[in-house]
Write a protein that binds this ligand. Structure first.
Ligand code: DGL
Length: 264
């Protein structure tokens, strides 16, 4: 039964677990496969060609396991590879993600929006097109955040190094009047508790994990592919250190699970 096939979800590392959580909450009957490409993290500082090659490798792995849909739980991989993947697999529902410029432009009262994202996302043509389309009436200040993804991969969500790094990125945005911050990388929602300590309650923090889960639901529904039975337990692979990911899973995913080595 094709509707009982799994959905493959991937990111450069553990950041996409913030999206996987939204998918599990909205679609609890879906069986989920997750690949963290932590052996090659961060994608944000890599070339688009390299990210496309990794994305194809991971997509093939999911397809070998019978996946009925793919989710690029990574803004950087979406900017680099989603068009290529859609060309290669025209029949497959593929969900990508991009920084929440449209909802942020609608939400800001000060008219100044900050975007925290990777260098790769911010310099992509896709992001430029997104600004052209939705941000003509607001001032958008972009802030690449090198080093932040590595802190999250290390499981340091609240420590002093992470706090210093994050404060250095966020404070200039606040000083310029941002009242809305876009979390444009799937790792950053894990820093919400720390961010909430650094910004006042009047600053909105926006990410697109829940919207991605809803888009997956729409695409599966349109193809008659929504699962109706019981989900298999989620399976995890890492191209980095599976034991390290296994240790951090209870914090980021909310449950313990085995993590296998990604073969490639
Ligand atoms: N989590 C990723 C994103 O949404 C990329 C992080 C990275 O590897 O640089 O952009």
């Amino acid at each position: 039964m094709p509707e009982m096939a799994p959905v493959g979800v991937f990111d450069s590392g553990v950041g996409g677990l913030s999206v996987l959580r939204e998918i599990r909450a909205l679609l609890p009957r879906e069986s989920l496969l997750y690949v963290a490409d932590s052996g090659h993290v961060p994608y944000g500082e890599k070339s688009a060609d390299f990210i496309r090659e990794r994305s194809h490798r991971i997509a093939e792995f999911f397809i070998e396991r019978g996946a009925k849909a793919l989710v690029l739980a990574c803004n950087t991989a979406t900017a680099a590879a989603v068009a290529d993947l859609r060309d290669r697999y025209p029949q497959l529902p593929i969900v990508g993600m991009e920084p929440a410029v449209k909802p942020a432009a609608a939400a800001t009262r000060s008219g100044v929006v900050g975007v925290l994202a990777t260098t790769g996302t911010l310099k992509s043509a896709k992001f430029a097109a997104l600004l052209d389309r939705f941000a003509s009436d607001v001032r958008v200040i972009t802030q690449p955040c090198p080093g932040l993804v590595e802190r999250i991969e290390a499981g340091d969500l609240m420590g002093s190094d992470t706090r210093r790094l994050l404060a250095g990125y966020v404070e200039p945005l606040l000083a310029q009047g941002c009242d809305t911050l876009i979390l444009g990388c799937t790792h950053y929602p894990f820093l919400r508790p720390l961010l909430q300590q650094l910004v006042s309650a009047s600053v909105s923090l926006i990410d697109t994990g829940a919207a991605v889960a809803r888009q997956l639901q729409r695409l599966l529904d349109a193809d008659g592919l929504l699962a109706e039975g019981r989900a298999e337990p989620c399976r995890f692979w890492s191209s980095g250190d599976p034991a390290a990911m296994q240790e951090i899973l209870p914090t980021l995913w909310g449950d313990s699970a085995r993590v296998d080595r990604f073969p490639g």
